[in-house]
Write a protein that binds this ligand. Structure first.
Ligand code: MG
Ligand code: MG
Length: 275
């Protein structure tokens, strides 16, 4: 899930069991391993959904697949019940940016679907999103998704000890704007741990060297949300679904990433270090 720039209740209810760094709650190497176990369950849920995405499949069916994989692993869906969210995944189609609710909608050829999902294993949250283009005929959607995935990779590469939050946003922004696309500014990545949303915010735009310094043990969700058109978004009548204001397509890729002395460690990939 993405966090809005407005502070939420989640930010104010942080646990006090871990070290509190200047920019977030720091995790020990053992805690990072535990978060990677949560992330591995989540990666399996995403892989199962990737196999299922096809013309005619409903977003509710994708939700059921993800929930089954997560529960079979002894984990729990992180989004279900979060501030009242009613499902395991957020399947955001076409001009939907994030936080859409699964339902009877059946995918059609050319749809762009971003699936955000989270898992909780042994109390540790993992959070990741992937985007798919249904069928093969929508070149614009494919370019948007591929650019967003590359922007995520660039942001992860910048997540190094001693660098700054602004370096991550800058790296994401450069990739996105080189293609003429827009980063959503009002929704951001975030720290992750015992809670889904911890400090710090991780914006998808930034000035190099600005913001808090990245320290070993910080775990963050890096999650570019990228629009083909303008950057502005709006909240739909269901109180959850965020759409682009201009109706343009939007893509979303996300990984939970630990800052370590050996470089960024992706915790939500099927194999460590790979997306
Ligand atoms: Mg997130
Ligand atoms: Mg997410």
């Amino acid at each position: 899930m993405a966090r809005s720039r407005r502070p939420s209740r989640a930010i104010r209810s942080l646990g006090a069991t871990s070290t509190r760094g200047s920019s977030g709650i720091l995790k020990t190497p053992g805690e990072i391993d535990a978060m990677a176990a949560s992330g591995a369950v989540l990666a399996r849920a995403h892989a199962a959904m990737a196999r299922a995405v096809a013309v005619g499949v409903t977003t509710a069916e994708l939700d059921a697949i993800a929930e089954q994989v997560i529960r079979d692993a002894g984990a729990e869906p992180a989004f279900l019940g979060y501030h009242g969210f009613p499902a395991t995944i957020c399947p955001s189609v076409n001009d939907e940016v994030v936080h859409a609710i699964p339902g009877d909608y059946a995918l059609i050829d050319g749809d762009l679907i971003s699936i955000d999902c989270g898992a909780v294993l042994d109390g540790w949250v993992s959070d990741a999103a992937r985007t798919y283009v249904v069928g093969g005929g929508n070149a614009a959607a494919m370019q948007l998704s591929e650019t967003t995935e590359r922007a995520l990779a660039a942001g992860i590469a910048a997540a190094q000890v001693g660098r700054h939050i602004g370096d991550i946003g800058h790296a994401v922004q450069r990739v996105v704007e080189a293609e003429g696309f827009s980063c959503v500014e009002s929704l951001v990545g975030h720290g992750v741990g015992r809670s889904m949303h911890e400090p710090p915010n991780v914006p998808n735009l930034g000035v190099p060297g600005s913001g808090e310094q990245l320290v070993e043990g910080l775990v963050i969700a890096i999650e570019p949300m990228v629009n083909i058109g303008g950057p502005d978004v709006m909240l739909g009548p269901d109180g959850w679904t965020v759409t682009t204001k201009d109706g343009s397509l939007s893509a979303h890729w996300e990984h939970t990433v630990a800052i370590t002395s050996r470089g960024p460690r992706i915790l939500t990939s099927s194999q460590d270090g790979n997306s």
